[in-house]
Design a protein around this ligand. Sequence first.
Ligand SMILES: Cc1cc2nc3c(=O)[nH]c(=O)nc-3n(C[C@H](O)[C@H](O)[C@H](O)COP(=O)(O)O)c2cc1C
Length: 450
Amino acid sequence: MKLLAFLMQTGGHIAGWRHPRAADNALCDIDYFRHLGQTAERGLFDGVFLADYVGYHPVKGADVFSGMETPKLDPALVLSTIAACTRHVGLIGTASTTYSHPYDLARRFASLDHLSRGRAGWNIVTSTMENEAHNYGRPAHMEHGERYARAAEFVEVARKLWDSWQDGAVRADKASGRYTDPSRISAVNHVGAEFRVAGPLTVPRSPQGHPVLVQAGASATGQRFAASCAEVIFTSHPGIETAKTFRAAMHAHLAEFGRTPDTLKIMPAVTPVIGHTRAAAEALQRELDSLIPADIAIAKLGSLLGNIDLSACSPHEPLPPLPPSALEGQNSTRDRVLELAARERPPLAELARRVAAGRTGRTIVGTATDVADELAAWEAEGAADGFVIAAPFLPGGLEDFVDQVVPILQQRGLFRTAYEGKTLRENLGLARPVNRFEADPSLRQHPEIW
Ligand SMILES: Cc1cc2nc3c(=O)[nH]c(=O)nc-3n(C[C@H](O)[C@H](O)[C@H](O)COP(=O)(O)O)c2cc1C
């Protein structure tokens, strides 16, 4: 089983940050991130993962309850501080193909790969928010298909740049006075619809060759893009059945690109709420839910139901019938909420808190054994290759997983007892990419000399 720790801002539960075992006001604190990285490494996690948005990201109806996505430091810088105080844990950071340039990005991740001795991963996103466009001088967010077309070319350029130095290009030979071997360095001279990049990179080929490529596209276009290049897919599912269908579909897509399932690890995000007994875990979940202010939960519920204003409704009464216009069209989240409301008829504030709480598709509430059982079942059923663990609050929730769930997975032979490889790629069981210029020397082009 592969495991990544989602260092998800204030945690996988919307109110996790208010819990007594959550760090206080730590989202800009170096010691907080060092502790999280070291905790994940103590648990032999394959890596830590940092999400990113290049803009202010209020969650509808919950913006005063921020901390959900902002404040947010630059992930590459945070990961390099974690690199400096760990030796094994992988370092996966998000960067946008819509709002960055392939030369900068290829350089940054190759640098992180060197500084961490082969532990870098890039979560490739095309970005989702209007505010990100406004921060980069665009009047509107680029259309979905256009974003993915740019992403495909972006990744192609980045890969060419990572190949622009072959292994052995740095000789640093004091005796002969030759620092580099120019026959092992190539220009890339990329000319495409979006980018013109001469290359080579300023950074020699890094320990992993390329950082591990991660993607989380959910749409048909996103899935196709992931099938073309991703080595890890993050996904979100409420249960085994949809996760299984998704994994089988992704494996089928891979064949279109001449790839086999062993080249891709599919990792759903889950939030474990762990107690020493089931009753204690349920009490913890109720405690966390009670920390969501009712008005914020109700506003979030209204937005999930399709932007319905519920502020005039009594928080103590069940959800009133929705206007017919709100029931039009397909909305699986809305239908799930309405089904829960009809079945249990909880007071509006309670319904809202339950619905607003989770930030990943699946929350597992139970003992460490219950959590291990469920993760094991997902794997055994072919629903996952591993998991992105989004602890409900940090660092306490991650510590509980490391101290209580990891030993059970190890006893069952489902999880490592020591790191088997030196790099993130090796630990994930992914091959080092072939260098295109080494594989086909006729592609090599001399860099422009000034
Ligand atoms: C676990 C997980 C983490 C994600 N992290 C980010 C992120 O950091 N930044 C971002 O812009 N989008 C993030 N996304 C959103 C995806 O990149 C993607 O936009 C979304 O799944 C919708 O799919 P689509 O792009 O194919 O429409 C994440 C999705 C998942 C499931």
